[in-house]
Structures are given as structure tokens and as C-alpha cells.
Design a protein around this ligand. Structure first.
Ligand code: ZN
Ligand code: ZN
Length: 402
């Protein structure tokens, strides 16, 4: 409910309850948050109508992350040394037998977390850990803090600046352990600290640690040698190293995504393969070959059986997680070669309800693919170079109080 109308609505609600039992209406809203490759902005687009809702100013071009609840989008501005929280304006509230959706204007939440070279972002158990490579420091906050100005942020320091990561795990914080001889190289393991910052147990070795994800309660980190899996233990997090099986071709994952609805991890494994990782299976690792090199991949939070991968030949592929193979493909863009700089403008993928949305930075377009038929259904033009994208939304009831 819009705050301005809250008082009026209470009156209206009282009136409506007096006359009839329910005026509940089903409402669906999906918003796309799209950053630009060169400009310091986020464009907010209504995914259902294609209309631009607003353009939010930032300090630098941003990588985007959405919270699990969808209430917050974090804009990590690596070159501008800042992370900004955006209130998406879409909130769900559990009313027991149904869920309510409340839709208000998207806006910068007023929380800007400053620090040198912000990089990896991890949400676990409702807490966000932002890692600042230039300081070797993690700044940790919850969603209330993010949406209400950022007054309650705590820090966990590591021993040196490095390209690292941290994650909250219950009362503990897991953080990457820098390579002491060569801090400019990837970290060598995970250190666990308790609430007062005291180290718990030994360092958990994870050479060339890069890539992390959450699936259900499980947390995973990718190492050159395999995965570190983090579960609930008797005394704090239980951390286990699962080596890549010997029969897997040489390679490693350096980016992980966590399945939603199904517990699995999806990682890269070489330039033209994905690794499907099922922590409960006897054969935990399966590889999916891609026709060309991978540009970007995303899991489907609504249809848990599927994930999507965009390849440099301009195709989007639907990956069947259960069957472990590409099920369908659709051509969307001109080729985007993976030669050149890793951060060149190339497509990114997000899932917005019944649609999969792919940015096409060189054409200034968002391409829409129907998730069921897996066919292209339209485009949304967007000025500039639309690059990183996240989607938030869903369906809920609104009680007819306005
Ligand atoms: Zn309700
Ligand atoms: Zn990284």
C-alpha cells in the first residue's frame, strides 16, 4: 500500500469489510533492472508492458544482484568504489492462506556502502556480505538495513587486500584466505570466524578460490581442485572439500549458480562446457557441452528443471537440469565473440516470470523469449548499451482498499 494513501485505505478497508467479505484481486508485476555498460545508470523497465518506469543514477557502471526476497537490488560499482541499494518497489507479504503483493515506485534506498573495489556479493540466511577487494574487507548488512539507509553495517577484515569473498553462515562468517606470498593471486581457502571475530578451526584449503553460490541451505565455493560444500554442523558450519572426479577432463568452475527449487549448482567448466553439480547424487558432477563458448548463464527460479545459457554464436539454450543436456535453443543476436576483453559488452540473461530476457548491448535491445514455447516473442528497445540485468516480481493478491 502506498504510504500516502494508507490512512484513506484503512477507512476504505473498514467500509469494504462492512459490506462484503472479500475484494481481493490477483495482481502480477515484474520489473527489470538493467545497468548500462558505459553509463552510471539503472534503467527500470516493466517486463509486462515494456515501458520504462524510471532511470536511477549511480556513480559508475554496475553489476547487479537481487535479494532473495526481491525487495532489494544491489548495484556494485567496482570502478566507483561504491555499492548502492535500490528498493525495487515490489514487496510480498505472507497472509497465511495467500500472499499479498504491494507495488510502489522503484527508488534508490539511500544506502550507499563505500569501499575500495567492491566485487563479490553473497546473500545467505537473509544477510548480505559485500567484499571489497582493495581493502580485503567484507561489509555485512541485512535487508532492513539496506532499505533503511544503511546505519547498521558490520565489517569482517581479512589479512590482506585480495580478490575475495565472504558469506554469513548463521552466527559465523566465512571469508576467503588471501595467498600470503602473492595476494594479487586468487585466495587459497576459507577461514571461519565467530561473532567476536575469533577464528574457528583450521583454514579450509581451496586453491584458486573463485565462485560461490547458495542452493537451499547449502553454500558452495569453487576451487581449482573441486568444491567446498558448507552445511550445518554440530558446532557451526561443517565444511567438506569434494574433489573433481578423476574421470572429468581437466578444468575447473570459476562461476557458480545455485538452483532454486531443486538443490544443485551450475558452474562453468572450461569455455564451452557447463558443470551440473548435484550434491546428493553418487555421480555428483555431470558436464554439458555447449556448441560454442559460453557468454552468460542463469537458473530458472520458477521452472526449477531449467537453466539457460547464452553462447557466443548468439543463441540462448534451455538446459534440462534433470536430463543433463541442452533441450532447446533459439537464436537471438548477432555473434558476440568471447575473444577480446572479459568485460566487453555482451548479453546477460534474467528470468522474469513467463519470460526469459536477454540484453543485447550492441543493439540497444532486450530480447524476450517465452519460457514455455522457448520462442522469441518480442523486443524492448533501451537506449545505450543495456548490459547487466536482474528481474524481480511475481503474483499476489491486493485487497481492494484503494
Ligand atoms: Zn492479504
Ligand atoms: Zn571475481
Amino acid at each position: 500500500m502506498n504510504r500516502l494513501f494508507a490512512a484513506a485505505s484503512i477507512v476504505a478497508l473498514a467500509a469494504s469489510m462492512a459490506t462484503t467479505s472479500s475484494f481481493a484481486e490477483e495482481k502480477t508485476a515484474w520489473r527489470l533492472f538493467v545497468s548500462d555498460h558505459a553509463e552510471p545508470v539503472i534503467n527500470v523497465v516493466d517486463a509486462l508492458t515494456g515501458n520504462k518506469i524510471d532511470t536511477l543514477p549511480l556513480k559508475g557502471p554496475a553489476s547487479l544482484y537481487r535479494s532473495a526476497s526481491g525487495r532489494t537490488v544491489f548495484a556494485v560499482q567496482g570502478k566507483a568504489n561504491a555499492v548502492s541499494a535500490v528498493s525495487t518497489g515490489i514487496t510480498f507479504e505472507d497472509h497465511g492462506d495467500h500472499g499479498d503483493i504491494e507495488v510502489t515506485a522503484p527508488k534508490l534506498a539511500g544506502t550507499e556502502i563505500a569501499g575500495t573495489k567492491p566485487s563479490h556479493f553473497v546473500e545467505h540466511g537473509g544477510e548480505f556480505a559485500l567484499f571489497f577487494d582493495g581493502e580485503g574487507v567484507a561489509r555485512i548488512l541485512d535487508e532492513k538495513t539496506a532499505l533503511e539507509g544503511g546505519k547498521n553495517i558490520r565489517e569482517v577484515k581479512t589479512e590482506a587486500p585480495h580478490h575475495g569473498v565472504a558469506a554469513v553462515y548463521g552466527d559465523y562468517v566465512l571469508s576467503s584466505e588471501p595467498n600470503k606470498e602473492k595476494p594479487d593471486e586468487l585466495p587459497v581457502g576459507i577461514r571461519v570466524v565467530d561473532q567476536v571475530g575469533k577464528q574457528v578451526g583450521d583454514i579450509h584449503a581451496c586453491p584458486d578460490l573463485h565462485g560461490e553460490a547458495t542452493s537451499g541451505k547449502l553454500l558452495a565455493f569453487a576451487c581449482a581442485t573441486g568444491l567446498l560444500l558448507v552445511r550445518d554442523g554440530d558446532q557451526g558450519p561443517a565444511i567438506e572439500h569434494i574433489p573433481y572426479p578423476a574421470d572429468l577432463p581437466a578444468g575447473k568452475s570459476t562461476t557458480l549458480l545455485g538452483g532454486k527449487g531443486l538443490q544443485y549448482f551450475l558452474g562453468n567448466y572450461g569455455a564451452d562446457r557447463l558443470a551440473l553439480i548435484d550434491p546428493s547424487a553418487k555421480d555428483m558432477f555431470r558436464l554439458v557441452d555447449l556448441p560454442t563458448r559460453r557468454v552468460h548463464f542463469a537458473v530458472d527460479p520458477i521452472r526449477p528443471r531449467f537453466a539457460y545459457v547464452f553462447t557466443e554464436d548468439g543463441q540462448l539454450h534451455q538446459v534440462d537440469i534433470v536430463a543433463g543436456r541442452i533441450a532447446q535453443s533459439v537464436k537471438l543476436t548477432d555473434p558476440y565473440s568471447m575473444d577480446g576483453h572479459w568485460s566487453d559488452p555482451r548479453p546477460r540473461v534474467a528470468v522474469a516470470g513467463a519470460r526469459i530476457v536477454v540484453t543485447d548491448p550492441l543493439k540497444g535491445q532486450l530480447h524476450l523469449v517465452d519460457a514455455t514455447s522457448f520462442t522469441k516473442t518480442g523486443d524492448i528497445p533501451l537506449a545505450g548499451k543495456p548490459f547487466n540485468i536482474v528481474a524481480v516480481g511475481g503474483s499476489g493478491e491486493t485487497h481492494a482498499t484503494e
